[in-house]
Design a protein around this ligand. Structure first.
Ligand code: ADP
Ligand code: MN
Ligand code: MN
Ligand code: MN
Length: 336
């Protein structure tokens, strides 16, 4: 039977790239990544090439079943230029983790958004719901908005084989989170992007859009959206040395700008020092500290400095490939 392969890639828009996809029909498809051929698209329509030389190449890098489509597969792709080199928009190609030593758990926050009122679900026409407090991890029609979408998304992600670890309603009305963990930075990025794709597509059924902006309600007293990056490598998982942790944490201090550059657009609106964030200008770390740039989870200390770290600065609109690539670079630069 003919299979439907949905080739998914990231466009070249700045400062935030968006998902694009198109369907390829393959007869007698094996379901394996190595049997997904390279494909091409019109890069002049996605800000990835000039019109006179418009072809860009899609190189399949991750495949999973598409649970919502008969004989369907989702195929995450890297974009190559017409010479076969990684396109400048290709953040995945920057990841130096060939042995999958780096494990990442991303906490993806987002708002479910009503495109007609241009407000989150749960916001009444021409006004605001009650202040933050009751919405986080809530139940009930007064406080939890859009659960049907969130549940459908969770089921579809699990059916696709994505390693979702949990979901929760977040602090603002209409705001939610899912967590995905993978052993290997590229795999973690692939899974986050496929999960984002599925969420966007499910939203279409309900006329609800997904707002990835990190501060969609501006400077009112509503939380922004993050994408906390929890990370570890063999050293962080096994060292047992506070000193080694300090060396790695100090390696982040001189490269604040390099990190913020890839931690998502408009992060200055979110990293204000309020709403469980650190200021974008500072660098800090601390055990169990949700106001720090990097939190050392209590778990890591209780295990005798064997565990992981949480960089709380990446935002909801960041590219997990670029975030992971930069974290890996900095951790390696510590030389421990
Ligand atoms: P919180 O909301 O308290 O910050 P979550 O439970 O939402 O925490 O997310 C914690 C994340 O940390 C999970 O995605 C989990 O997979 C990830 N994690 C746990 N252990 C490790 C590890 N050794 N390396 C990388 N990530 C990890
Ligand atoms: Mn969380
Ligand atoms: Mn959260
Ligand atoms: Mn977190």
């Amino acid at each position: 039977m003919a299979a439907k392969l949905e080739y998914i890639w990231l466009d070249g828009y700045k400062p935030t790239q968006s998902l694009r996809s198109k369907t390829k029909i393959e007869a007698d498809f094996s379901g394996k990544l190595e049997d997904c051929p390279n494909w091409s698209f019109d890069g002049s329509s996605t800000e990835q090439a000039p019109g006179g030389s418009s072809d860009c190449i899609l190189k399949p890098v991750f495949i999973c079943p598409d649970p919502q489509r008969k004989e369907g597969y989702l195929v995450m792709c890297e974009v190559l230029d017409s010479h076969g080199n990684p396109h400048e928009s290709n953040g995945r190609a920057l990841i130096e983790d060939d042995d999958n030593d780096f494990w990442f758990g991303f906490e993806q926050e987002y708002f479910l958004w009503n495109p007609d009122t241009n407000k989150p679900l749960g916001f009444p026409d021409g006004g605001y719901p009650g202040p933050q407090g009751p919405y986080y991890c809530s139940v009930g029609a007064n406080n939890a908005f859009g659960r049907k979408i969130v549940e459908e998304h969770l089921d579809v992600c699990l059916d696709a084989g994505l390693n979702v670890e949990g979901i929760n309603a977040e602090v603002a009305a209409g705001q939610w989170e899912f967590q995905i963990f993978a052993k290997g930075a590229k795999e973690a990025g692939d899974q986050i992007w496929v999960a984002r794709y599925l969420l966007e597509r499910i939203g279409e059924e309900y006329n609800v859009s997904i707002n990835w902006h990190c501060k969609p309600l501006g400077q009112l007293d509503w939380n922004g959206s993050g994408m906390h990056a929890n990370f570890s490598n063999t050293t962080l998982r096994t060292t047992g040395s506070e000193d080694v942790y300090k060396k790695i944490l100090e390696a982040f201090r001189p490269v604040v700008k390099e990190h913020i550059d890839v931690y998502g657009a408009h992060n200055e609106e979110r990293l204000t020092g309020k709403h469980e964030t650190a200021s974008i200008h500072d660098y800090s770390y601390g055990v169990s500290d949700r106001g720090a740039s990097i939190r050392i989870p209590l778990y890591t200390v209780q295990k005798g400095w064997k565990g992981y770290l949480e960089d709380r600065r990446p935002n909801s609109a960041a590219d997990p490939y670029k975030v992971a690539a930069r974290i890996i670079k900095t951790v390696k630069s510590a030389g421990v």
